[in-house]
Design a protein around this ligand. Structure first.
Ligand code: ADP
Length: 776
């Protein structure tokens, strides 16, 4: 352990080790409680390792509150190695349970006694709102519980005094994403991945037989999973608790389904949240929906209840790196917490960690349930946040067949869509969304096949509602994509084609070369009046190297593909003492390498952004040898494809081999093109839809007002923002083809914190957005 650390909250330096500062060892109890969720293991692993790195002792409290109540072997110290190879596992390795006893005073009294006996007065509690409410009750009762335990001579006054207050940080583990104040909860993204895999499979079988499926997904009080999976899965109808349908909804649903068929849908899918109700508060079950369809259309509908598979299996990449961050932030906070500090929850705001007040968060969550119960549905939806509210409308527009969709105002304007750059999963979803959102705005949408050359060659055709059916889950790019940036000689032909096809606006969905194309066009605009039309570039690249966009379409799928293959590599290596060195795509941008390294539990990550000397490589190889000599069984090293310059994959492997001195063997593999393939992840589909929703709105406004700027759109700090193409030169490093500021580089130290029990271990101040109000 080394160096000094700046605290995230104060920004001041604090000397290490922290545990000896106060003269008292800091013991942190870690528990997972309530329903399990994928990603809980990543949070536990991170909390354990962060505690060790930050100078505290991590303790498992097994089986949730049950372990605290029972004590004995249920509470024990965890070592670094106890959480090895757990990041890819579903469920929770320290167990979870529902513990009715803990709801009573006697139960909490026993829990307090057992915690104090183990010297624990700091907790990282991972669970749903019930678990966090219980955690807060224990904290509030703590002084009285201590007094009673002293009175009953179950604790000595010294013991009680040494642990006079309980300090708590909660993490929300819940696949439902039902906690107010946080954008995502641990497990939700994995559950969405499970649901989407099932919906994609059902869609293909349903399409073969022109069948209807009714699919029930989890979500007792929260429609997040149902709504997002319906949008991402291209479903026809959705029912969820915050939005009970008006009387007569059965007719409405059947009209949507039958009109959808008339307009080219071969499959019909209705998604129902398990907690869906009608306006009288009566549950709407999947079976009821199927019966309603059969009665009204005469077509039999098959019911699929996804059930617990939504909770199971390996966590998605997001449910690994985000809980890793959350675990670190929780430990950082609980170590610094002062006696009497209100309990906190670490949540997520725009991909950053946000500190929330636990009591307020739990109360706000209960308030949504109350709003639903009292029939205040609009407010219930609004309290889920603007992106949820937007999604309700987005779903309506995407799913409503044209005969039922009233366009805002028919306009004689044409918007053309094309891809430029490397393939990014989710491009199809973006094009599909452009067509449907465009139609709703009364615009005609044209598809350009084969990028700029396709435009020159006149491969431009009208895209109708039905033409983009099924594009949601298709990998690849139906319109084709090419990397070529047009040359000045081609501008004339491009202008001619734009005129010939009466294109009024252009949407470029693509990567860096789409931006370069737009830049080149903008410089020649005055010579080519035909090119003076509004253009918007929508970021789509697995490399995540685009200006003005924190995340681009395709990146999440590529990450999941890469980590899936790394998991397999690790498993194959587990039998022998082996170090795998693998390479990700990304060109000059290290996002894929770093994030896949964090998510796969890599020991080392090499990025092109950093200088890698032969000396450093040798040092790392020696450290690796020492770790294997002490019992390590496998190691994973991830490098970005251009990291290290001439020190390529083979060279690095040779250095490690040479220095292994027989303690381990080395294998190399490249994740390769599988990163670009396959169906887009739910995240990429939803990002594509959100970006396109905003893009088409923007283009509509531009067409009405006669503006013809060339801009790029992206999400930054949770806001959709636009930049004029002239801003690009200020935002990127042109040689490296990547943004100058890459937000995720701030996560780089996590690899060192999580990766190795050998030196060098470093802690780092993880920035946290404080949304918890003033500290007491
Ligand atoms: P979740 O945490 O997933 O919402 P539950 O609501 O079932 O799951 O809560 C899990 C456990 O948390 C309960 O079995 C109980 O031990 C504890 N708990 C929940 N609510 C309370 C409460 N109000 N007071 C004390 N403990 C509670």
């Amino acid at each position: 352990m080394g160096g000094s650390a700046k605290t995230a909250k104060t920004g001041k330096s604090s000397a290490k080790p922290k545990s000896t500062q106060s003269g008292q060892e800091k013991r942190i109890g870690i528990l997972t409680s309530g329903g399990d969720a994928q990603g809980m293991n990543a949070a536990v692993r991170s909390a354990v390792r962060s505690a060790i790195v930050l100078g505290a002792k991590p303790f498992a409290i097994r089986e949730g509150w049950m372990g605290a109540v029972q004590g004995g072997s249920c509470i024990h110290e965890l070592s670094w190695g106890d959480v090895s190879n757990t990041i890819s596992k579903g469920g929770t390795i320290i167990g979870t349970a529902r513990c009715p006893e803990f709801r009573d005073w006697e139960g909490r009294l026993k829990a307090c006694e057992n915690l104090v006996k183990n010297g624990i007065d700091r907790l990282v509690s991972i669970g749903g709102d019930g678990s966090l409410r219980g955690t807060e009750e224990l904290r509030q009762d703590w002084p009285k519980l201590l007094a009673q335990l002293v009175e009953e001579k179950r604790l000595s006054p010294e013991e009680a005094k040494a642990h006079s207050s309980l300090r708590i940080v909660g993490l929300v583990g819940s696949i439902d994403n039902d906690m107010a104040g946080t954008d995502m909860t641990i497990g939700t993204d994995s559950a969405l991945n499970r649901i989407l895999a099932a919906l994609d499979q059902l869609s293909s079988t349903a399409a073969s037989h022109q069948r209807t499926f009714v699919v029930e997904v989890m979500g007792r009080n929260c429609g997040y999973l149902a709504l997002m999976s319906a949008v991402a899965g291209g479903s026809d109808y959705v029912l969820f608790p915050e939005n009970p349908p008006a009387p007569g909804w059965e007719e409405d649903m059947c009209t949507v389904l039958s009109e959808g068929r008339k307009h080219g849908r071969r499959d019909s899918i209705v998604v129902v949240a398990e907690g869906a109700k009608d306006r009288d508060g009566q549950p709407i079950t999947a079976h009821y929906v199927a019966e309603a369809i059969e009665q009204r259309t005469g077509e039999s509908a098959r019911v699929t209840i996804l059930g617990h598979i939504q909770r199971g299996g390996t966590p998605s990449v997001y449910d690994r790196w985000m809980p890793t961050l959350l675990g670190y932030a929780a430990v950082q906070d609980v170590i610094e917490a002062q006696p009497g500090d209100p309990a906190k929850v670490m949540g997520v705001r725009y991909n950053r960690i946000a500190r929330l007040d636990l009591t307020q968060t739990v109360a706000a969550t209960s308030n949504v349930h109350e709003l639903i119960k009292s029939g205040e549905y609009d407010q219930a939806i609004a309290s889920r946040g603007t992106s949820f509210t937007d999604m309700v409308e987005i779903f309506r527009v995407l799913s409503t067949p044209p005969s039922l969709l009233k366009p805002l105002l028919r306009k004689a304007k044409k918007v053309a869509v094309m891809h430029v750059g490397g393939l990014a999963p989710g491009m199809n979803m973006a094009a599909r969304a452009a067509v449907r959102f465009g139609l709703q705005r009364g615009l005609e949408v044209l598809g350009i096949e084969g990028s700029w050359q396709g435009l020159i060659d006149g491969k431009v055709h009208k895209l109708r509602w039905k033409d983009v059916e099924g594009w949601d889950f298709r990998g690849g790019a139906e319109l084709g994509t090419k990397r070529e940036v047009p040359t000045v000689e081609q501008f004339y032909a491009i202008g001619r084609s734009i005129e010939n096809h009466h294109i009024d606006a252009l949407v470029l969905i693509g990567g860096y070369n789409a931006y370069l194309s737009a830049q080149a066009i903008s410089e020649e605009l005055k010579h080519y009046p035909a090119l003076q039309i509004p253009m918007v570039i929508v970021p789509a690249s697995i490399d995540n190297n685009l200006p003005g966009a924190e995340i681009s379409i395709g990146t999440d799928t590529a990450l999941n593909n890469a980590v899936w293959s790394m998991d397999l590599m690790k498993e194959s290596a587990a039998a022998s003492k082996r170090c795998f060195i693998t390479e990700t795509m990304g060109r000059h941008c290290g996002y894929l390498a770093l994030m896949s390294g964090i998510a796969a539990g890599a020991e080392r990550v090499y990025l092109e952004e950093e200088n890698i000397s032969l000396e450093t490589l040798g040092k790392h190889a020696t450290e690796m040898r020492e770790a294997f000599a002490k019992g390590r069984r496998l190691a994973l090293v991830v490098r970005n494809e251009l990291a290290g310059g001439h020190y390529d994959l083979k060279f690095m492997a040779n250095v490690f081999k040479q220095e292994s001195l027989g303690h381990f063997d080395v294998r190399i593999d490249s994740v390769g093109y599988l990163q670009q393939g396959g169906a887009p992840s739910p995240f990429d589909r939803l990002l594509a839809v959100r970006l396109m929703w905003e893009t088409m709105r923007h283009i509509d406004v531009a067409l009405d007002s006669g503006q013809c700027a060339i801009e790029y759109i992206g999400e930054e700090n949770g806001q959709m923002s636009y930049h004029d193409i002239s801003q690009m030169e200020k935002q990127v490093n042109p040689e490296k083809r990547r943004p100058i500021n890459q937000w995720w580089m701030g996560l780089r130290p996590l690899i060192e914190v999580m990766a190795s029990s050998n030196p060098p271990i470093k802690d780092f101040p993880l920035p946290v957005i404080d949304m918890s109000g003033p500290r007491s």
